[in-house]
Design a protein around this ligand. Sequence first.
Ligand code: NAD
Length: 512
Amino acid sequence: MSLSDLDLPRETRGLLLDLGVAEARFAGGTLKVRSPVDGSEIGRVAEDDAAGTAATIAAAHEAFLAWRLVPAPQRGELVRLFGEELRAGKAALGRLVSLEVGKIVSEGLGEVQEMIDICDFAVGLSRQLYGLTIATERAEHRMMETWHPLGVVGIISAFNFPVAVWSWNAALALVCGNAVVWKPSEKTPLTALATTALFEKALARFAAGGGTAPAGLAGLILGGRDLGEVLVDHPKVPLVSATGSTTMGRAVGPRLAGRFARAILELGGNNAAIVAPSADLDLTLRGVAFSAMGTAGQRCTSLRRLFVHDSVYDALVPRLQKAYGSVTIGSPLEAGTLIGPLIDGAAFERMQRALDAARSQGGTVTGGERALEADAPDAFYVRPALVEMPAQCGPVEEETFAPILYVMRYSDFDEALALHNAVPQGLSSSIFTNDIREAEAFLSDRGSDCGIANVNIGPSGAEIGGAFGGEKETGGGRESGSDAWKAYMRRATNTINYGRSLPLAQGVKFDV
Ligand code: NAD
């Protein structure tokens, strides 16, 4: 089916109703939602205001006071039921992600799978919120740490992972005994409504099974950054997990610090890979192509900088150029498409400005032009751009949220490593090599300075289980795996005296 034959408003309405969203939530409101697939309007959502947002936060705080008393494994049961609802709704929600964000079908479904995976992870965690028992110097005493629920967790999310990011945070926050309030991107309210509808189904089943889940446990506020600011400034929100641009993090971080609230900041990346002389070039080609062109370069972990050793440059780069020239661009809803659209015209303009800046700094650009304009004049498809740069400068040092890969030569490994780390962002990274010394050095104390460092796979496509996040201007937050749950709880150190005397620590004497 050609792009001009699509009837996306009708399809979107059907999916939303199937997923349990009432029509009044997505029709007749003031927030217009456009599908990047063809630019058509697929919803009009009612926006919240500051007073409504404050009321949602107050309700979530009340819910927290009750939810923290529910034993953690029972809290896990609610998340398990949500995982079941996601399994049942995977096809519809995945399709809705593709419609609202323009991801290809397998990536839309993959995003929902990631939600299911974090639910499984969180269910296991609900029986493992362990504290330590610590050796004490005092006789007949015991010292230990205990972990307690924190309060209302605010979640601000970006357009490009419209539902997975909420789940990474919410699944952990809920088993940890917190309530959550979500401010999704103003570009993706429909998938947020659908996710909330699935969560409400899980709540109903939880209640039917005898569970007690207070009203207001998972609040949703729809609208622009002003509502995010209400969440950030609210004294009843002790933690905000904010995913988005570094510009957003620069605004949010100091406001949270100003009231001593906690922050999990998941911000922009400018991810690189090094291709060493011993690299398996077939594998490298696939790894680079997926990481740089997948999701039309709109992943925070997208590959944006490639350092290729002189000895393999001429063998790899022409093959990459060929792949860039032949990759299938088109409707993300069609099987076989690999590159869907950019989110909107502003993203296209930013891409063109970055390419102009690269040209003016001596870069040679292949691709980057608009595609399918006749078929879909209101959508923004592009051919991914591969830019050979003489040096790392200008736009190479910034994140442009579009499919641009800057390629540079190197001759010395340490020099490549230094260039790799010489940008302000620090999210994800990788090296393609079969030399164990290089691989280990890349992962070592003197290696990649990113939160994610890979060998022989690209920087994108993280999975649940590992802690996700980055350093420097990426914000320093970690979520989803490993011990990230600790950020959603408060830790108390407890000392218990089961003797009849009162020895003081450090041998201090204080006899009265
Ligand atoms: P964005 O910064 O424009 O918006 C993100 C969210 O923040 C939206 O919900 C927006 O309404 C809100 N917001 C913006 N300014 C705010 C403020 N001052 N106070 C409170 N809320 C505010 O980002 P985007 O265009 O939606 O997403 C793309 C960006 O997100 C890229 O930079 C990408 O790298 C980043 N991202 C990072 C990660 C990660 O895990 N590190 C994941 C996905 C996306």
